[in-house]
Design a protein around this ligand. Structure first.
Ligand code: FAD
Length: 406
């Protein structure tokens, strides 16, 4: 087993680190304080080619692997979780499913423009009554000749109000349950589509979170992503990609908390000593460091499996669960180490603390990831959602199936 990055992965990491430090970090706190989505920063990210990272060259991309993508994501999150959310949604929740399920026409229509940031995408799965229970879609898709008519409401949609493209999940045939769900690529300037920003929020102030309203939106059948009835599969694929990105971002938050805490601990004095010399402060720093390193390896392992084309639901879920909770612990410790100043918005710990709190809510709550992992260990899965009879499943782990492909 090798624990080395390739030269290319190192260069991409360095590139992301420099951009994060020079372009994102200087504006992150001010954008957060003003609850402002930074369109100038969006333009710079597009010009730098960040949104094109994982795309093949034929769509204007750079074709980087998941290891490098994880490192980029970590670096962006290290300075700003709002910007990391924009980046993750664009790549993991919209570009990747188009690449995986799209027709060549759909890929050519959207991906080159997404690569430059000319088109920003959002992913509309969650509804007021369908969050963890994502299969309970109330948004309907009614067939009408060459079109589907979409009606319904989505909530908590990152990038919603600033998107040109929405990947919308809707129920086309309720009698078929999950198998009646379809996915659609909806241009947001289409009649009947509208948004409303959700404000104020606990954190992610510089990220736009929105409700989406679909009122008799006529979408041509050519805009269906994947086959009829494959919408739930598309949604689960998106979540698998998105939670990987959240895991990598969580490592970045953890690292940032270590960076700001160690600096502060070696500056701040109490009882005539640097507070970093107190063992109880050192304990918090040691725990943050161990969590961060363990989390980073979980993410890189999941990335490695993705790059090998090996089934990795279990490893991705484990990385998301562990890293998100570790980041929340780390941000809590950072506030503690800053003492009263940790409670002030003039110091960095508060922003990390607020922004970290969403990490174990979106892309599957911690409870949902524990369900996935426990069911995998037990070799059982509910036939149709929590509480229903359990049926035996094949273990998800690659360990039993080293050659299984995704
Ligand atoms: C800032 C932000 C951005 C988001 N961005 C997006 C986005 O871009 N696109 C999108 O589609 N969604 C997005 N979401 C939605 C997010 O994915 C959901 O909020 C999340 O899936 C939880 O759903 P819910 O809020 O309906 O909570 P619920 O599902 O109602 O859960 C409430 C509580 O019950 C627990 N629970 C539920 N079911 C079980 C169970 N079977 N066993 C044990 N406990 C259970 C949950 O863990 C949670 O603690 C975003 C959310 C936030 C806060």
């Amino acid at each position: 087993m090798k624990f080395e990055l390739t030269e290319e992965q190192r260069q991409i990491w360095q590139w992301a680190k420099e951009f994060a430090d020079t372009e994102i970090a200087p504006v992150a706190a001010a954008n957060d304080q003003a609850s402002r989505f930074d369109f100038d920063l969006l333009k710079k990210i597009g010009e730098q080619g960040f949104f094109s990272a994982i795309l093949p060259e034929k769509y204007g991309g750079q074709n980087i692997d998941h290891v490098a993508y994880a490192l980029m994501t970590e670096e962006i999150a290290r300075v700003c979780s709002s910007t990391r959310t924009l980046f993750s949604v664009q790549i993991s929740l919209v570009e990747k499913p188009i690449l995986e399920f799209g027709t060549e026409e759909q890929k050519m229509k959207y991906l080159p423009k997404m690569a430059t940031g000319e088109i920003i995408g959002c992913f509309g799965l969650t509804e007021p009554n369908a969050g963890s229970d994502a299969g309970n879609q109330q948004t309907t898709a009614t067939e009408d000749g060459d079109y589907f008519i979409l009606n319904g409401q989505k909530t908590w949609i990152s990038n919603g109000c600033i998107s040109q493209l929405a990947l919308v999940i809707a129920q086309a045939d309720k009698s078929k349950g999950h198998k009646g769900i379809c996915a659609f690529l909806v241009d947001t300037d289409i009649p009947g589509f509208s948004t409303r920003e959700i404000k104020p929020k606990l954190g992610l102030h510089a990220s736009v979170t929105s409700e989406l309203f679909l009122d008799n939106v006529r979408v041509h059948k050519s805009q269906m992503l994947g086959k009829y009835g494959e919408g739930f599969k598309v949604a689960m694929y998106c979540l698998d990609q998105g939670r990987f990105s959240v895991a990598a971002g969580s490592v970045g938050v953890n690292q940032a908390c270590i960076d700001i805490s160690t600096k502060y601990a070696m500056e701040r004095e109490a009882f005539g000593q640097k507070i970093g010399e107190f063992q109880m402060i050192q304990q918090m720093i040691a725990d943050m460091a161990a969590d961060c390193e363990a989390g980073r390896f979980l993410v890189l392992h999941a990335a490695y499996l993705k790059d090998q084309g090996v089934r990795n639901t279990r490893e991705t879920s484990m990385a998301k669960l562990f890293c998100s909770e570790a980041a929340i612990r780390a941000s809590n410790s950072a506030v503690q180490i800053f003492g009263g100043y940790g409670f002030s918005e003039e110091y960095p710990a508060a922003r990390y603390y607020r922004d970290a709190r969403v990490l174990n809510l979106y892309e599957g709550t911690s409870q949902i990831h524990r369900l996935i992992l426990a069911q995998d260990e037990l070799g059982i899965r509910p036939a149709n959602g929590p509480g229903s009879p359990m049926t035996p499943i094949d273990r998800l782990s690659y360990r039993e199936k080293p050659t299984a492909k995704v």
